[in-house]
Design a binder for this molecule. Structure first.
Ligand code: DGY
Length: 321
C-alpha cells in the first residue's frame, strides 16, 4: 500500500515525476487557480502526506480535516508562515520546506529591486510606455547611485548573504542584523559588520528584509522604525509582506521619512495597499522572488524528495526546525 499523497496546488511536473518514480501515486490539483478552502478541506481527507503551496493555509482546521493518519506537510516554499507549525507538532506532523534552491533567484530579485527603485527604472519605463514626451537632460530623472552606499540586511541567512554578495559587487558596503552568527569566512569575504537593529536603521542607505515571517517579526518595520531610517534611504522586501506594516510604510513615504521602497511581497497579498499604487517612489512586483522555471522545478523536486523520504519512513532532507 503506497502512502496517500495529496498535492494541493499545481506544481511543476518535475515534482510529480519524482513522486511517481518513487512508486507513489499523488493526487494532484492541476488547475492554475488555487482550490477553494471548502474543496481543500475535502481533498485532504485521509491524506498521509500533503504537498502544499504558500497560498494554502495549513492550520488546525485543515489538519483535523486531513485526519490523524497525516504524517507530513511538505511546503513548496522556503517560507512556511502559511503553516501552523505548532499545530503540526502537536499532532506529530512533520513540516518541511525548500531552502537553498531559491536563494539565488530571490537574491537576484532583491538586487533588481534595489537598482530599480534607486535608479527610478520602473518610473522611467512608465514614461516611455505612456508615450509621454521626454528628452535626455542633465537633470532629468536623476536617481541615487548605490556605489559606496550602505546595504543593511535584516536576516543574514542564505538569501540575505546572497543579496549582500550581489550588493558588494555593486560597490555597496554591508551591515547586517541577525539573530544568528554567520560564518566568519563569509563575514570577512563580504566585509560585513553585525550591528544592532536601530543602528542598521539609522545607518543604511538601503534596508533589505530577509528574515522569516513569524510572530516575532510581524510588523518588524513599522512607524517607529521608518522614523529611525535616513530620509534618503530605501526599503526592500522580498521576504514576506506581514514583516512590514504596509500602512505605516505608505505614511512614511507620504511624509518623506524614507525615499522609496521596492516590494515583491505584500502584507495582505495579493491585495496591495492602495496608497502604494500611484506612487512613483515605489517599485511593486507580484511575488516573483523564486519565479524562474528552473527554480520552481527545483522547489517542487525538493518538496517531492521530502515527501518520498517520509513515505519511506526516512528522515526528510529539509525539515523545518
Ligand atoms: C518562498 O519559497 O518562500 C518564496 O517566497 C516563494 O516564491
Amino acid at each position: 500500500m503506497t502512502a496517500r499523497i495529496v498535492v494541493t496546488g499545481k506544481i511543476p511536473s518535475a515534482g510529480l515525476q519524482v513522486l511517481r518514480k518513487a512508486g507513489l501515486d499523488p493526487q494532484a490539483w492541476s488547475q492554475d487557480t488555487a482550490m477553494s478552502r471548502q474543496e481543500l478541506l475535502q481533498q485532504v481527507k485521509g491524506a498521509e502526506i500533503l504537498v502544499t503551496l504558500l497560498t494554502e493555509k495549513v492550520d488546525g482546521e485543515l489538519l483535523d480535516a486531513a485526519g490523524p493518519q497525516l504524517k507530513a506537510v511538505c511546503n513548496v516554499a522556503v517560507g512556511y508562515n502559511n503553516i501552523d507549525v505548532a499545530a503540526c507538532k502537536a499532532r506529530g506532523v512533520t513540516v518541511t520546506n525548500t531552502p537553498g534552491v531559491l536563494t539565488d533567484a530571490t537574491a537576484d530579485i532583491a538586487l533588481a529591486l534595489i537598482l530599480m527603485v534607486t535608479r527610478r527604472l520602473a518610473e522611467g519605463e512608465r514614461v516611455i510606455r505612456a508615450k509621454t514626451s521626454w528628452q535626455w537632460g542633465m537633470h532629468y530623472m536623476l536617481g541615487t547611485g548605490v556605489t559606496n552606499r550602505i546595504l543593511g540586511v535584516i536576516g543574514m541567512g542564505a538569501i540575505g548573504i546572497a543579496t549582500a554578495r550581489r550588493a558588494k559587487a555593486c560597490g555597496m558596503s554591508i551591515i547586517y542584523y541577525s539573530r544568528s552568527e554567520i560564518d566568519t569566512k563569509i563575514a570577512t569575504e563580504l566585509g560585513a559588520k553585525k550591528v544592532l537593529f536601530d543602528e542598521l536603521l539609522a545607518t543604511s542607505d538601503v534596508v533589505s528584509i530577509h528574515c522569516p515571517s513569524n510572530d516575532s517579526t510581524h510588523h518588524l518595520m513599522g512607524k517607529a522604525q521608518f522614523e529611525k531610517m535616513k530620509k534618503t534611504a530605501f526599503l526592500i522586501n522580498t521576504a514576506r509582506g506581514p514583516i512590514v506594516d504596509e500602512q505605516a510604510l505608505v505614511d512614511a513615504l507620504r511624509n518623506q521619512e524614507i525615499a522609496g521602497a521596492g516590494l515583491d511581497v505584500f502584507e495582505f497579498e495579493p491585495k496591495v495597499n492602495a496608497g502604494l499604487l500611484d506612487r512613483d517612489d515605489v517599485v511593486l512586483i507580484p511575488h516573483l522572488g523564486s519565479a524562474t522555471t528552473e527554480t520552481r522545478d527545483a522547489m517542487a523536486m525538493l518538496a517531492a524528495d521530502n515527501a518520498v523520504a517520509i513515505a519511506n519512513d526516512r528522515k526528510p532532507l529539509t525539515p523545518v526546525a
